[in-house]
Design a binder for this molecule. Structure first.
Ligand code: HEC
Ligand code: HEC
Ligand code: HEC
Ligand code: HEC
Ligand code: HEC
Ligand code: HEC
Ligand code: HEC
Ligand code: HEC
Ligand code: HEC
Ligand code: HEC
Length: 316
């Protein structure tokens, strides 16, 4: 018999036997052993159930509700044993999260964070939490994260900025400027460049330097090039602003002023007309070129560096 046919036949027999078993035997118990947390939760959920005004049980639809995983927290892993609260509801549970007062006052941010970090301090992305700007400023995990919800806004590219903007008003204004990274458009998120949990780099950037952070998406700007432009390899923010600017593309100021911040009029002592007649094919009318907005870039178009033998960031 043809081998393929054999396989098909065998498969058919197998499915038949499965059906037979299904109709004969009653529903089998799930093979995955439920974690302790399921049983423990009932101590709290007998009162905090679906009748709550807040969607407490929505936590079941999150990674914290994965009952097949033994690491999954119970109510008490986060809120504490709360023994007194269970017998006397006028006594607060051990840990109350959030910022606003509900039935009880929330615990201090650092105590709330300790409850989360008992499990999350070993995560690779949070090794720099201690000493990070948010930890130092006593920002709580729950200032950004909402736990009892299937949709945690801060982990969704589209809705993340609005969470950050509740505190960072300057950046809200910046990303609305004429030239900006498509952050409001939901294509680039704050967390593409920043690790809000802290990092080894400056300003909690995801990489160790600004330039390395920019290269994660603008890899074409990475060298090595024959003619490098020192400020480019040093720090992109020598010329660009990361969040937004009214000078396109994301520039801190307009050429020639942008260039003159560092170049003390390199052509001022010599005639740019003479330079151009010698150096540029077709002899650009540099006198007028210098008065236009692009000025220096009319000739030095390869401002990020080039492999052109002409050098001087020129391009032919
Ligand atoms: C005997 C019923 C009962 C049990 C058991 C119980 N609670 Fe409560 N809990 C209440 C009541 C009543 C309140 C007051 C306000 C309310 O209705 O949310 C409350 C309030 C809370 C709050 C604060 C809500 C807010 O608005 O600030 C938290 C958090 C909480 N309980 C967690 C727990 C946890 C965790 C457990 C299990 C360890 C638990 N509760 C067990 C009845 C109970
Ligand atoms: C992973 C940690 C964690 C676990 C597990 C957890 N909670 Fe919470 N709980 C929080 C945080 C954080 C808040 C603050 C509001 C939010 O982020 O949703 C909160 C808020 C609450 C509130 C107050 C609701 C409000 O918005 O004022 C109650 C009541 C509550 N939890 C009960 C429970 C019960 C019952 C369980 C178990 C089924 C449980 N929690 C499991 C972290 C947790
Ligand atoms: C008892 C341990 C434990 C505690 C306490 C705990 N978590 Fe978790 N958390 C987990 C586990 C386990 C996962 C799933 C991780 C995984 O899939 O790798 C998780 C996942 C998460 C995720 C990712 C969710 C996703 O969908 O991928 C976030 C965000 C999170 N936790 C935040 C918190 C916050 C905030 C607190 C404190 C309010 C907290 N956790 C407390 C164990 C815990
Ligand atoms: C300033 C806002 C902010 C604070 C404060 C914050 N987070 Fe996050 N968290 C985020 C963002 C944004 C993401 C999504 C990151 C991404 O997409 O790379 C995230 C993702 C996570 C994740 C899941 C994905 C991952 O990175 O592994 C966990 C777990 C988590 N946070 C835990 C915590 C804990 C624990 C704390 C408190 C110690 C905390 N977070 C404080 C903004 C915050
Ligand atoms: C394209 C990368 C990138 C994105 C996306 C980005 N940032 Fe930044 N951010 C930077 C760089 C680079 C710096 C440091 C240089 C500077 O301040 O100009 C910075 C600095 C900051 C600072 C510190 C400013 C200061 O003056 O110390 C804050 C706060 C900040 N960003 C918040 C945000 C928020 C909120 C978002 C999302 C709305 C965001 N960033 C998106 C790259 C980025
Ligand atoms: C609850 C308020 C709050 C929220 C929400 C918040 N931040 Fe911050 N952030 C702060 C405070 C406070 C500081 C420290 C003081 C400052 O630089 O303004 C800070 C500092 C920063 C810095 C500067 C880091 C440095 O080393 O100087 C960056 C970058 C930043 N936040 C990014 C973010 C991002 C991205 C988000 C959203 C995922 C976010 N923040 C959400 C309060 C917040
Ligand atoms: C997460 C990816 C990502 C990172 C990281 C990133 N960029 Fe961008 N950048 C983009 C996208 C997407 C665009 C928009 C491209 C488009 O519209 O075609 C863009 C556009 C730009 C532009 C052109 C803006 C305009 O108005 O045309 C400049 C300049 C720029 N980025 C500089 C930087 C600098 C400087 C950094 C580092 C601080 C950086 N980028 C980091 C994704 C990124
Ligand atoms: C010396 C100033 C300067 C530095 C430093 C600089 N740029 Fe630029 N960048 C410019 C100018 C000027 C333009 C506009 C060029 C034009 O109009 O021809 C530009 C344009 C861009 C653009 C949009 C057009 C294109 O070429 O793709 C991106 C993206 C960009 N730069 C990324 C970066 C990155 C990433 C870095 C750091 C590695 C960086 N720049 C460093 C001056 C600079
Ligand atoms: C008309 C074309 C043209 C314009 C406009 C122009 N340059 Fe040049 N530039 C040149 C040429 C050609 C060289 C190369 C000379 C050589 O290789 O000997 C040069 C060389 C340079 C050098 C190398 C050092 C030096 O002095 O030889 C610097 C720096 C420089 N230009 C900066 C600028 C700045 C800043 C502007 C705007 C204010 C500008 N250039 C405008 C054509 C131009
Ligand atoms: C943050 C300072 C800074 C800014 C801003 C800056 N440059 Fe430069 N530039 C330098 C340094 C440093 C060198 C290397 C000088 C040297 O080798 O003597 C350089 C070198 C050059 C050279 C000579 C390269 C070669 O091949 O010899 C040119 C041309 C040049 N820059 C053009 C520009 C133009 C055009 C702008 C504006 C778009 C600009 N620079 C903005 C710092 C800057």
């Amino acid at each position: 018999m043809n081998i393929l046919l054999k396989i098909i036949l065998l498969f058919g027999l197998l499915t038949m036997s499965v059906y037979a078993e299904n109709t004969a035997a009653p529903v089998k118990a799930p093979t995955a052993k439920p974690s302790d947390s399921l049983n423990k939760d009932s101590a709290c959920t007998k009162c905090h159930d679906e009748n709550e005004s807040k969607p407490i049980l929505a936590i079941a639809q999150t990674a914290h509700g994965n009952k097949a995983d033994s690491r999954t927290p119970s109510c008490q892993s986060c809120h504490g044993e709360s023994e007194k609260h269970m017998s006397n509801k006028t006594v607060a549970p051990d840990v109350i999260f959030g910022l606003k007062k509900g039935a009880f006052s929330p615990n201090e941010a650092k105590d709330q964070n300790t409850a989360c970090l008992t499990c999350h301090d070993k995560d690779q992305k949070r090794t720099h939490w201690q000493g990070g700007a948010h930890q130092v400023a006593d920002v709580a995990c729950t200032s950004c994260h909402v736990t009892h919800t299937a949709h945690d806004k801060v982990r969704d590219k589209q809705t993340q900025p609005e969470v950050c903007f509740t505190c960072h008003k300057d950046q809200r204004a910046q990303v609305k400027k004429f030239s900006h990274h498509p952050i409001g458009e939901g294509k680039v998120a704050c967390a593409d460049c920043h690790n809000p949990h802290g990092s080894a780099g400056p300003k909690m950037l995801v990489k160790n330097t600004v330039t390395e952070t920019c290269y994660t998406c603008h890899a074409e700007k990475r060298g090595p090039l024959l003619w490098e432009h020192q400020p480019v390899t040093e720090d992109c923010t020598n010329c660009h602003t990361p969040h937004g600017s009214n000078i396109t593309p994301l520039l801190k100021s307009r050429a020639p002023f942008l260039c003159q911040e560092c170049h003390d009029g390199p052509h001022a002592s010599r005639s740019p007309v003479a330079e151009s007649a010698e150096g540029i094919q077709g002899g650009a009318t540099s006198a007028s070129a210098n008065t236009t907005g692009r000025a220096c870039m009319n000739c030095h178009s390869m401002v990020h560096g080039s492999n052109d033998p002409a050098g001087a960031l020129l391009h032919r």
